[in-house]
Design a protein around this ligand. Sequence first.
Ligand SMILES: Nc1ncnc2c1ncn2[C@@H]1O[C@H](COP(=O)(O)OP(=O)(O)OP(=O)(O)O)[C@@H](O)[C@H]1O
Ligand SMILES: [Mg+2]
Length: 383
Amino acid sequence: MNKIKVLIADDIEETRNVIKKILGLEEENIEVVGESGNGEEVLRLIPKVKPDVVLMDINMPVLNGLEATERITMEYPQVMVIIMSVQAESEYLKKAMFHGAKEYIIKPFNHDDLTQTIITTYEKYKERQGKLNASVVERRDTKVIAFFSSKGGVGKSVLALNTAVVLSKEPNKKVLLIDMDLQFGDISMLVNQYDKKTILHVVEDGQMDSYENIKPYLFKYHDNFDMLFAPVKPESAEYITKEMLEKIMKAVKNQYDVIVVDTGINFSDHTLYILDMAQKILMVSTMEIVALKNTKSGLRVMESLGYDQDKVKLVMNRFNEKYGISKKEVGEAFKNGVFAVIPDEEKTVADSVNKGLPLCEDNKYYKLKIGKAIEVMCKELVK
Ligand SMILES: Nc1ncnc2c1ncn2[C@@H]1O[C@H](COP(=O)(O)OP(=O)(O)OP(=O)(O)O)[C@@H](O)[C@H]1O
Ligand SMILES: [Mg+2]
């Protein structure tokens, strides 16, 4: 067997020497290929010494262990980071695992603790990487459809959900709905599912790297329709970095024909990442004056981002004649027109929200005006 190549990152020289001594005794399996006292240097050393494992201290100058771990996970995903920490740093430990560390070991440790941790971590992840490379990735022409709005409460989630429901009824279409409203996502509520796994669990358990790993965290709504729910608590959102989201999207992307994403209401890094990759962005608005104003400025931002009019489509939700404006006039108010007009049907929608049963789930949904409108929109979307 090849020796496991270890890089030691700790700002205290004494500690590095102790570790080197410990690992030196275990000549059989482990080889120390480098050492460094700061995170920045660790990143520079990796391409040179090509370690399998980095033993990482948390408190280091220039770039601390947490930041270094995050960057290693992104830039060198095959390198396994094992965090070395004292008991008092348990909060950091949790963060380090969020940032991609594979394992941790509590200081002080003895010879057996250290070598065993290195060997078991290495074997566990090597095996997994091997499997990953071997599995044939399905190639599909995945269409990502993002629902966005620059004002809350306009019906973005209801429309994203029902769009996914309708699209999943098409034969041979595999659909994933992702609730990317990380703080206030409520898709799980709209389908009456509580205590289910969420994207936070995927991240916490470090299972972002492959579809196989993510699968157990998806809620299977139908045979060909999965959902990935948002965290239950708003404060959990901060643990999900854009890099983590990127990994998840890369892993799930080719596994579905359509991925519908319900986003938050601001142009956060996470949202921008989704909007960039989307083939269609459905900008949802209502006829309310504040919604219209925010939608106009939202559309301007999209234009400045370089998204063309084929990508960004306006959806006028809760359309109601009682505002005294016709569909035609609404269309004329926006230079690129309106892609879909969804009628205001308070009772139907409220009933379905309260029951946790998507309105387009009903066999006869298309007999309702609102169901018909959503269906027409879906046809246009996948044309
Ligand atoms: N076409 C419609 N007709 C009547 N009521 C609607 C319609 N669409 C949405 N609603 C109502 O509007 C409310 C908000 O909808 P939803 O939660 O989908 O909005 P949102 O834009 O996702 O909001 P948030 O900003 O909270 O995420 C819901 O309670 C729903 O009942
Ligand atoms: Mg919502």
